[in-house]
Design a protein around this ligand. Structure first.
Ligand code: ADP
Length: 188
């Protein structure tokens, strides 16, 4: 399949025939530009590894505008949050490199969302990545006319993960391997 320049995933990402099986999911995670600029990569990555999730792919990427728009779809973000939020979000994603990760595990989509916490750091509980590493609120974001600095993105559903993985990774960039604690986490 030919690379689609914008919005069109280059391939239909499939972890295996059970890609949507909660036991074996791969999800897309982005450490947003604020996390990279603030030197938070190691500390956030540790939380993901500590939960027993496998890193199948990882790369530092300076997103293209097409890639940013393919990731944050106007049809989704624009409709849910309005044009200003969407435009600021695209600008923010393009403001510096992001770390893209393909994260695999039992219920990985839900687990990563739990680790991230709610969208707004101001109200995200302690113990979550957004709650612990930022305190931005929607009001500050609105007054400053800038995207909220909430450090991290994780796909919301298995379907979204499949679409977003294709925006950031080629299948050849994902690896399957067993960690030495695999048996404890996957019971196999
Ligand atoms: P999440 O990233 O928690 O899944 P959404 O998909 O609703 O949240 O929104 C995508 C991103 O848009 C958020 O992570 C955040 O960066 C930005 N965003 C959402 N709502 C707002 C808002 N009201 N003000 C500023 N930025 C927002």
């Amino acid at each position: 399949m030919n690379p689609g320049p914008c919005g069109t995933p280059r391939f239909r990402y499939s972890n295996n025939s059970m890609a949507k099986d909660a036991n074996f999911q791969t999800t897309l995670v982005l450490f947003k530009p604020d996390a990279i600029r603030r030197g938070l990569i190691g500390r956030i990555l540790t939380r993901i590894e500590d939960a027993g999730l496998n890193i199948r792919g990882m790369k530092l990427v300076r997103a293209t505008e097409d890639q940013a728009r393919a990731h944050y779809l106007w049809e989704d973000i624009g409709k849910r949050h309005g044009e200003t939020v969407w435009k600021n979000l695209i600008d923010f994603l393009l403001s510096g490199p992001v770390l893209a990760l393909a994260v695999h595990g039992n219920g990985a989509v839900e687990v990563m969302r739990k680790l991230c916490g709610p969208t707004e750091p101001l109200t995200a509980p302690p113990g979550t990545i957004r709650g612990d590493f930022s305190h931005h609120g929607y009001a500050l974001s609105r007054d400053a006319n800038q995207s909220i600095r909430n450090v991290i993105h994780a796909s919301a559903t298995p379907e979204e993960a499949e679409r977003e993985l294709a925006v950031w990774f080629d299948p050849t960039e994902l690896y399957d391997y067993r960690r030495c604690d695999h048996e404890e986490h996957f019971l196999e």
